[in-house]
Design a protein around this ligand. Sequence first.
Ligand SMILES: Nc1ncnc2c1ncn2[C@@H]1O[C@H](COP(=O)(O)OP(=O)(O)OP(=O)(O)O)[C@@H](O)[C@H]1O
Ligand SMILES: [Mg+2]
Length: 330
Amino acid sequence: MENAISANGISKHFGQLKAVDNVSFNVHEGEIFGLLGPNGAGKTTTIKMLTTLIPMTSGSAVVAGYGVKKSQNDVRKRIGIIFQDPSLDDELTGWENLEFHAILYKIGKQKRTDKINEVLKLVELEDKKDILIKDYSGGMKRRLEIARGLIHEPKVLFLDEPTVGLDPQTRRKIWDYIKKLNETHGTTVILTTHYIEEADYLCNRVAFVDHGKLVALDTPENLKDKLGGDVVSVQVNGKTEDFKKLFKKHAWVKTISGHDGSVDLTVKEGEKKIPEIVDIARKAGIGIGGISLHKPSLEDVFIYYTGKAIREEEAQGWRGIIRAARAKHR
Ligand SMILES: Nc1ncnc2c1ncn2[C@@H]1O[C@H](COP(=O)(O)OP(=O)(O)OP(=O)(O)O)[C@@H](O)[C@H]1O
Ligand SMILES: [Mg+2]
């Protein structure tokens, strides 16, 4: 498998601060790859180095076949970037913003028109193309930025927090565009996010970053599997110890813990094991009062590696704080 991105021990220091600290990873061609981590983890700084926008303090990287330090122009021609902060021209229409970008990339008139129409269709903004950006909603702006990043048919697309601050519905749409683009054009995508569900839903592989360091890297499935599997909680009506003894014999049960008449079993593919668990208990004469399944999330895995949650509310500003406060008082 070819690598679309290969980062070899890249670092960025701002004075004493190691914003990115000796990070290495490869992104395979055709992959959707996620950098997941809390505010200030070093995600944007990593993206900026890989896209030639800031120099590295040390290390090296190859993007779309070219060295980031030596062949900046070759790299730039082959990548698309969607920045974390909005970067559209408010006084131009959607179409004009796209056309300006296409001209920068020296795309001829006819191809330009075709391409702009194509990307507008992808993000469903055809009917808004002649409206000024200042009259776009936040979600529309983000979609147009994604469209703009695609005009010159990049081999590798960098998305820095593609859905931050957007409502769940718009977020889901953007996920669909990213998936569609990846599937139909084979575009390699690297995105940063602090949304667990976003990384889980979109990414073939995810790298956890924290304090400038890469702390784990794997598929979402494998990362979750490292926690031992799903947690099946069983209500066992007073026979806790018997139940625990019974399941200790089975190798597919990774861990057993019990409290207050309820026993938690960690097993792989929990939903498939539930019938078997019920059956074994019944044959041993242990009645089951209830059973529930908890799938470990990437958040659980992040906590496992870093000892802390990603803390979405911080990044979302007031919206998140208000939501957290509401949840607390419910
Ligand atoms: N130009 C700069 N000068 C000094 N410090 C910087 C500079 N750019 C970034 N930093 C610092 O580097 C660290 C990493 O910042 P970065 O923007 O890469 O984080 P991030 O993971 O993208 O966070 P967020 O989720 O908030 O976007 C932070 O502590 C930040 O303050
Ligand atoms: Mg950032």
